[in-house]
Ligand binder design. Structure first.
Ligand code: UD1
Length: 361
């Protein structure tokens, strides 16, 4: 059986890495699954893509569709056309997609229309916020998926409610956490650590890249000013996504405590997160990693598709009203942030479960 493994954008790479490593391990043991790694080219910068392949020992993609940037529709269309061409030339038996980026949805549609079965890793999570492109990607992908690999009971329930049958749902855990477990002893100190004089638990890490938060200059500026004003004396290290960087240049923000750095590799970023006093973010995946590392996390969004990071983990939904930021910072700085625990099956063995199931299909 030939499985296409689709990876397109930064948050995909840590999810496919353990699945590929497990398939290769099984091949060495005599397993018969074959895979073809397809990079859609949605992310193409070294810092957004190449460094993850190197650091996570992901083999070179077998195919690169080189779709590049564009509007949502342009990107979707380019990926669909190019992936369909590949499938018509050299079909596979199953297309495995991960997460919720544009590449996830585009490749699922192209495959399914050619009657190729689709497996979705991280299926069933929902923010119920249709202003997020990722929510539409999740809904569309799950509406045509054949095999659903899920990270939580909430995801299972969302799928059952939408009419998916129990036989199609495999609750396997979280492949991002496989990657974290595999790499937690080889995290790397970023070059700027000493230059900035960073000390453990004495700085904050910040990430922001959602269109709703960063595309409007005034909004991004008020977020930043509020966070800077209410975060005590701590430096704020902000690895800045290209989308955010474009807007940031126009803000004219000046603070000695704000340390803007380029997007980091996986090993450097998680070194930084593990030792941070807290993380302030609008990402979804990072809230899973902070939960597992027990690092306080403030999420600047009004909803989350990962409620377990709040109910079980260290994450708190602060929202997008800046008035909620000062009391949250106060709670953090006075040492009163909640302690969390780790959700079920986030144990580093998810890829083993997924590949064992794929072998039986
Ligand atoms: C995408 C995902 C988002 C994920 C994020 C992580 C979708 C809908 N969104 O958003 O869920 O959290 O990746 O990074 O798939 N750009 C570069 N270099 C690159 C890639 C992009 O400079 O390698 C710039 C381009 O100007 C591009 C912009 O970033 O227009 C946005 O890229 P895009 O792939 O459209 O979405 P992200 O915001 O990265």
């Amino acid at each position: 059986m030939l499985i296409d493994i689709i990876a397109g954008a930064r948050p995909n790479f840590m999810k496919v890495a353990p699945i590929i490593h497990q398939i290769k391990k099984r091949q060495d043991e005599g397993g018969t699954l074959q895979y073809r790694l397809v990079h859609t080219g949605q992310h193409y910068d070294k810092k957004m893509s190449g460094s993850f392949f190197e650091q996570l020992n992901i083999p070179e993609p077998d195919v690169n569709l080189e779709s590049g940037s564009g509007t949502q529709a342009e990107q979707t269309a380019k990926i669909m056309v190019r992936y369909e061409e590949l499938l018509l030339r050299e079909p596979c038996d199953l297309t495995l997609v991960v997460g919720d980026v544009t590449s996830t949805m585009a490749c699922s549609i192209a495959a399914k229309k050619l009657n190729i079965k689709v497996a979705h890793v991280e299926a069933g999570i929902r923010s119920f916020d249709l202003t997020m492109p990722e929510e539409i990607n999740r809904m569309v992908t799950d509406s045509i998926t054949d095999f659903f690999f899920t990270t939580s009971e909430t995801a299972n329930k969302n799928l059952y409610k939408s009419g998916v049958s129990k036989e199609q749902v495999y609750f396997v855990g979280n492949t991002m956490i496989d990657t974290l477990r595999t790499n937690e002893n080889r995290l790397q100190k970023p070059e700027f650590w000493d230059q900035l004089g960073l000390q453990e638990k004495k700085y904050l890490v910040m990430t922001m890249h959602r269109p709703a938060n960063v595309d409007e200059e005034a909004k991004l500026k008020s977020f930043m000013e509020t966070i800077i004003t209410h975060s005590g004396e701590f430096p704020i290290v902000f690895p800045i996504h290209p989308r955010t960087a474009k807007v940031f240049e126009k803000l004219g923000l000046n603070s000695d405590r704000l340390k803007l750095v380029d997007p980091l590799g996986y090993l450097e970023f998680n070194y930084l997160v593990k030792r941070a006093l807290a993380v302030v973010t609008d990402s979804g995946g990072i809230t899973e990693e902070t939960t597992v590392m027990g690092v306080p996390c403030m999420t600047l969004r009004d909803n989350t598709e990962r409620p377990e990071t709040c109910e079980i983990g260290t994450n708190e939904l602060i929202g997008t009203d800046i008035r909620a930021i000062p009391p949250a910072m106060e709670k953090l700085l006075s040492g009163n942030w909640k302690k969390g625990s780790i959700p079920e099956l986030w144990d580093g063995k998810t890829a083993e479960r997924i590949v064992a199931i794929l072998e039986q299909l």
